[in-house]
Ligand binder design. Structure first.
Ligand code: DHB
Ligand code: FE
Length: 279
C-alpha cells in the first residue's frame, strides 16, 4: 500500500526561484539562504520519495477572481510552469500521477471533503520554488507531483483546523491506494509577510518560531490559531501558513524534526523550512 514517510515545510519566495534561475544563488544575499537547504537536498537524495503530494497556493495565475476554489486537487498528467509576467520559469514541466490523484479525489469526496477536481492547470512560484529549493536545477523533476491548491489569496481562506483535518483525510486516501508508493508531503508558503500597504515588509520572527514549535509538537493547538492572529502577528500574507497544517495533518501525531532552517530577510519575508519524519 502507499504510505507517507515524511513532510517538508518550505517558503516559496519568488525571488529565490529567480536567484536559482539566473545563477546568483551563491552571492552574499542569497548564499546563506541556499546554504540552509544543503542538508535538505542531501536528505532528499536519500529519502527518494516515489511521489510528492504538494500543498501550495496559486497567486491569481491559474485561477483569477472568476473562479476561487478553496481546495483544488490537480488530477492532470502534467502541469506547465506558468508565465507570471516575466515568462515561465525555465524549470522542467511538473509530471503528475493521474491515477493516484483520481483515487485521492474519490476518497476525499466520500470522506466529505468536497474538493474541486482540476484537470488542467499551470503552476506558479508557489509550487515551483519549493521544488527548486529541494532539488536544485535538474533536467527533470525526480518524481511525479500531486498538487493541491489552497485559496489563501482571496477572503475567505480556510481555517487552520480545516486544513489540519483535510491533511488527515489525505493520509486516509493515500494509505488506501493499493500500490507500494512512498510519499512525501510538502506544505508550502509563509512565513510572516505582508506585501502591501502600511505594514508592508512586516516580519515577526518570534511568532514564526512559536508557529514552527507548535506545528511540530502540538499541532492540535497550533491548528486552532485564528485568522485574526495570522493577520495581526504574521501580516496579510502570513495566512499562507495554514497550508503547513495540511501537511502536518497527513503525518503522525509524533514526528521527528530532522532539520529546521529560518532566515531573514528573503525579499519581503522570512524563509522558514522544516523536514519532519514520521516516527
Ligand atoms: C513574496 C512572497 C510571497 O509569498 C509571494 O507569493 C510573492 C512575493 C516576497 O516576499 O517578495
Ligand atoms: Fe505567496
Amino acid at each position: 500500500m502507499a504510505y507517507i514517510s515524511s513532510g517538508v515545510a518550505c517558503s516559496h519566495v519568488p525571488a529565490l526561484g529567480v536567484a536559482s534561475d539566473t545563477g546568483i544563488s551563491d552571492d552574499d544575499y542569497y548564499g546563506p539562504i541556499f546554504k540552509g537547504f544543503e542538508p535538505s537536498k542531501k536528505w532528499m537524495a536519500d529519502e527518494k520519495p516515489d511521489v510528492i503530494f504538494l500543498v501550495y497556493n496559486d497567486h491569481c495565475t491559474a485561477f483569477d477572481a472568476t473562479v476561487i476554489p478553496t481546495f483544488a486537487l490537480g488530477c492532470a498528467t502534467e502541469y506547465q510552469p506558468a508565465d507570471e509576467g516575466w515568462g515561465p520559469r525555465p524549470v522542467p514541466v511538473v509530471k503528475g500521477h493521474q491515477e493516484l490523484s483520481a483515487h485521492i479525489a474519490q476518497s476525499l469526496v466520500l470522506d466529505m471533503f468536497d474538493i474541486t477536481v482540476i484537470n488542467q492547470m499551470e503552476v506558479d512560484h508557489g509550487l515551483t520554488v519549493p521544488l527548486t529549493m529541494m532539488f536544485g536545477q535538474p533536467d527533470e523533476w525526480p518524481c511525479p507531483v500531486v498538487p493541491l491548491a489552497v485559496n489563501v489569496v482571496q477572503y475567505p481562506a480556510p481555517l487552520g483546523q480545516r486544513c489540519f483535518a483535510l491533511g488527515k483525510a489525505i493520509r486516509t486516501a493515500i494509505e488506501s491506494y493499493p500500490e507500494d508508493l512512498k510519499i512525501c508531503v510538502f506544505g508550502t508558503g509563509g512565513m510572516s509577510h505582508q506585501l502591501q500597504h502600511q505594514r508592508a515588509g512586516l516580519i515577526n520572527s518570534e511568532w514564526d518560531a512559536r508557529f514552527m514549535d507548535l506545528l511540530v509538537n502540538d499541532p492540535d493547538k497550533g491548528s486552532q490559531i485564528e485568522h485574526i492572529e495570522y493577520l495581526r502577528e504574521a501580516g496579510s500574507e502570513g495566512i499562507e501558513l495554514v497550508m503547513w497544517y495540511v501537511m502536518r495533518g497527513a503525518l503522525n501525531e509524533k514526528v521527528e524534526e530532522k532539520h529546521r532552517f529560518y532566515h531573514v530577510p528573503a525579499s519581503n519575508t522570512a524563509v522558514g523550512h522544516l523536514i519532519l519524519e514520521n516516527r
